[in-house]
Design a protein around this ligand. Sequence first.
Ligand code: OOG
Ligand code: NI
Length: 456
Amino acid sequence: MFDSVLISPNQLREQFSQALSAMYRTEVPLYGALVDLVVEVNGQYLAEHSDDLPRSERDTDLVRLSQERHGAIRLGTAAELHTMRRLFAVLGMQAVGYYDLGIAGLPVHSTAFRPVDANDLAVNPFRIFTSLLRLELIPDQALQERIKALLAKRRIFHPELIDLIELAEEQGGLTAYQADHFVTEALNVFRWQSEAAVDEDTYQQLKALHPLVADIVCFKGPHINHLTPRTLDIDQAQAAMLAQGIEAKTIIEGPPKRQHPILLRQTSFKALEEAIQFKTNVGTWQTGTHTARFGEIEQRGVALTPKGRALYDELLAQVRERVPQPEADPKHYYHVLQEVFQAFPDDLTQLRQEELAYFTYHLQTDTVKGAKQSIEELIKNGIILPLPIIYEDFLPVSAAGIFRSNLAADAANDFTAQASQQAFEQALGVQVLDAFEWYARIEQQSLAQCLAVLHG
Ligand code: OOG
Ligand code: NI
């Protein structure tokens, strides 16, 4: 009836993330098992702790609460990243943050495409951690050229999808009918393709260089390499994975378990070894294997200010210095992590007063209009309620840990390099948004709103 009505990017993102989830569960059945496990753990947690959660969350159904929060892909060229940015824009997702994985010896740099507005995040928070190969870091010039040629040959976006992206850009969105078509075409970009785009020798050569390079270059598309539902109790979920015989990553990345969670904690089951087909030079197929796809879970806490983040980075560096190989002795690692992070206040008032974390401010009554109280007094008197802002982004050290545990571990080369945000943004075609500015703005706006009413 209303054929020309455009559906919202939020609705489109919801439709897309659900379709992607369904596809990935079919492709990687163990991922489906992980989702079931997370729903169960979240159910238990809710039954035991429902008072700890804000009302809006208690009222949300379990499946929705446990929904995917992010996925990840790895791209080969600037042109691919550029078009991917346009594709995600149709879904209401923008590039936020620059992640330099060079610090961890990986030949990629990354951003996260995500909804930006708080209301949009509330409708559907789905993000895609998106990495781009840094070809210039490949030490061998001839190999660089070879990779370039291989990547130049592939077309990861079907022409029909490009047409739909252009249509969305012209119309300012898509109709429901066009959206269905768009989601179907977009899914194909992220689909697993078991026929490699190269012969086995090339694959082995690139894998020896770095498994990440082989994963990016040897396939016809940037298969989604994991999806990540949200858990309310990551320690319990990790224990449940192990209890079910799911081979989990040895340690949970990020800060330790705390009374008031900060930033982001993540763990995953290890990537599976999957059969792939290589074309031989006589035109027949030969079976080999590739290890890339896994399932992850995440638990988020309050976003930290630059000061809080500096403290986090410093403490984590201390931990890593004392325990250079966390996987070798997880118990010892967690012990040191807990001990070192004693220096990070675990009290909401302290986190706020010391400006370590971001908060939104909510007016509880406006009957004290014109009152000349300080903000601290207003909070103490219950007139303004501060609530933590949840961290919506990623952590480079954690991301590196996730990468490493999911690529065949014997990675030979170390690609330590300078960050190159400018080159990344040039490929992207826009600048990435600064996450800190974004949190600070939300905080300031909420406070300004309270004060406008009180002083108005
Ligand atoms: C991305 C790894 C980073 C996270 O959750 O930190 C990531 C990848 O393996 O491509 O997804
Ligand atoms: Ni992830």
